[in-house]
Design a protein around this ligand. Structure first.
Ligand code: HEC
Length: 163
């Protein structure tokens, strides 16, 4: 199902004051595999923060070793993709949106600036500060048992060397 089509349906229905949020959840958006899929189900299965964090942390890990290997394009790409998946988390779990945005501004932007400038020392320093920021947010949100640590070996699934 085309995203634009769904947006148009939502906007069109939203303009009709008689359609409640509960009604909107029951709107059927048939797909190839499920003829009865509703907007409500689509919303429920949108990735929550735990799923987002799996991708977020993986890209964060790859970015480090890409930068270390001098593959700045890959490092910048991973950092950019982190911002993209972060937006998914902000949309599906709005209660964390402000903290995620603050983290991005305080830590991720500095890492990205270092990657854009191709400065390894600045990258390394701001990365290690960001790790503290990641875990500070875990503690602040009641997840002090979740402590990210940078794996001591580079990821194997990508060729990290600069081209
Ligand atoms: C908004 C504050 C916040 C920030 C900033 C944040 N996290 Fe998280 N993170 C969470 C929350 C909340 C969870 C638990 C999600 C859930 O399941 O509800 C989590 C879960 C995780 C998980 C566990 C995923 C799993 O299910 O195994 C990892 C790994 C993780 N974060 C890594 C990171 C890394 C790396 C960073 C920094 C680059 C980061 N987080 C920044 C809030 C944050």
């Amino acid at each position: 199902m085309n995203k634009l089509f769904i947006s148009v349906v939502i906007v069109a229905l939203g303009m009709n004051a008689n359609v409640s949020a509960a009604d909107m959840r029951h709107i059927v958006v048939p797909t190839k595999h499920n003829k009865h899929l509703t907007l409500g189900t689509l919303a429920e299965i949108a990735p929550g923060l735990g799923t987002v964090m799996l991708e977020y942390s993986h890209r964060f890990y790859v970015a480090y070793y890409a930068a270390k290997a001098g593959n700045w394009d890959l490092a910048k790409y991973e950092l950019h993709e982190m911002e993209e998946i972060q937006e998914v988390g902000e949309a599906t779990r709005p209660k964390y949106a402000a903290a995620l945005k603050a983290f991005e501004k305080k830590y991720l932007d500095k890492i990205s600036d270092a990657a854009k400038a191709g400065k390894w020392e600045a990258f390394d320093k701001s990365y290690k500060q960001a790790v503290i920021g990641c875990n500070a947010c875990h503690t602040a949100t009641g997840h002090s048992f979740i402590r990210y640590r940078l794996p001591s070996t580079p990821p194997k699934l990508l060729d990290l060397s600069a081209n």
